[in-house]
Design a protein. Structure first.
Length: 349
């Protein structure tokens, strides 16, 4: 029989933490040098740490010595972009999640669509949740300013950790044994990507405030909103049905911006719940949500700011006159790289 701690944390008879309360997640996982999955402090078990971007991706795209841009616009090599993880959890994560995802990605877009049709998106939602958690867990170790003369605040000091609690529960489900109620599913989109010279075939970005993440691997793009109960995807259903081909890099960023912005305007948000049957040792992640989603009218300029933030590096090297014109159009929030003036999908070469 599971045991309930005073703070709501639930522990198995084998002394394994099945469920971390939000408070304990914040004060232990987010504040100590511990394995981000099981919570064991470094020194208590063998550690080999975990790359934020999985090693099989780094190897495939030769990224070890390349750099990723952080929230504070500084850069760090992918090889150094790791978080504390014990060897036992790392191995389990590899077997239960990474190997399965790698096999499907390497099989190609059609194989992934077939898998999703037969099995649903939970494998990929857990995987994207893991990358999202690792990304922001790493923020705890990264200085907000690399100027040694300034105070030693970290990027993580800007984070509201309890906002990550639900995502953390999803991410460690391979360890906790949590099952998923369909109401707990988040927005998840897979679209085909177009390879264009000079843009590479890998990209990852996320937005903490909207709990949105996107990854591009060769001709495959996946996007998720981690806290909306599929609301953003529902709002965009008509738009998604008009996408008729592979997306160019700037179209991928626009779609991601639209998904993130849709999450911003949702008014009837789901309430996520970790339901644990103590006697039968069963843990289910579910949600309370309305039958329909209410959302506000939105503001074009608010969307334009998100789109500009996500697209600015793609147009940074354009000639100044063209760059200024495109930036101005993006900031209106009424400009699209996805669709032409008649609403038809644009094929960008």
């Amino acid at each position: 029989m599971y045991n309930i701690e005073p703070d709501g944390t639930i522990i198995s008879p084998a002394n394994k933490i099945v469920f971390y309360s939000a408070d304990r997640f914040e004060h232990e996982i987010c504040s100590q040098d511990s394995c981000f999955i099981c919570g064991e402090l470094r020194g208590g078990k063998e550690f080999n740490d975990e790359h934020v971007i999985p090693k099989w991706i780094l190897k495939k795209h030769n990224l070890y010595n390349k750099q990723i841009t952080l929230t504070n616009q500084t850069r760090i090599r992918y090889s150094q972009y790791v978080v504390p993880c014990c060897s036992e959890c790392n191995q389990l994560m590899g077997t239960e999640i990474e190997q399965k995802v790698q096999h499907l990605f390497d099989a190609g877009y059609s194989k992934i669509i077939s898998y999703l049709r037969d099995n649903g998106p939970w494998l990929f939602l857990v995987w994207l949740s893991l990358i999202f958690i690792k990304t922001h867990y790493k923020d705890r170790y990264l200085r907000l300013s690399r100027d040694e003369r300034k105070e030693k605040y970290t990027i993580g000091d800007l984070n509201e950790w309890k906002q990550l609690h639900h995502i953390y529960c999803i991410a460690r489900s391979f360890y906790s044994g949590a099952e998923f109620n369909p109401f707990a599913q988040s927005s998840f989109i897979t679209v085909p990507a177009k390879s264009l010279e000079g843009f590479g075939n890998f990209n990852y970005c996320d937005l903490f405030d909207t709990q949105a993440s996107m990854i591009r691997y060769d001709q495959i793009v996946m996007m998720a909103i981690h806290n909306d109960g599929c609301a953003a995807q529902t709002i965009l259903s008509s738009l998604l049905s008009r996408i008729k081909g592979q997306l160019a890099p700037i179209q991928i960023r626009e779609l991601f911006a639209r998904l993130a912005y849709a999450n911003n305007i949702i008014e009837t948000r789901p309430e996520f719940i970790s339901s644990v049957d103590i006697l039968n040792e069963k843990y289910t992640i579910t949600a309370k949500r309305e039958a329909t989603f209410d959302y506000g009218p939105g503001d074009d300029k608010d969307f334009g700011l998100i789109m500009y933030f996500l697209c600015r590096n793609l147009i940074a090297h354009y000639p100044k006159e063209l760059k200024d014109k495109i930036e101005a159009n993006i900031l209106t929030g009424r400009y699209s790289f996805l669709f032409d003036d008649t609403g038809d999908f644009m094929n960008i070469e």
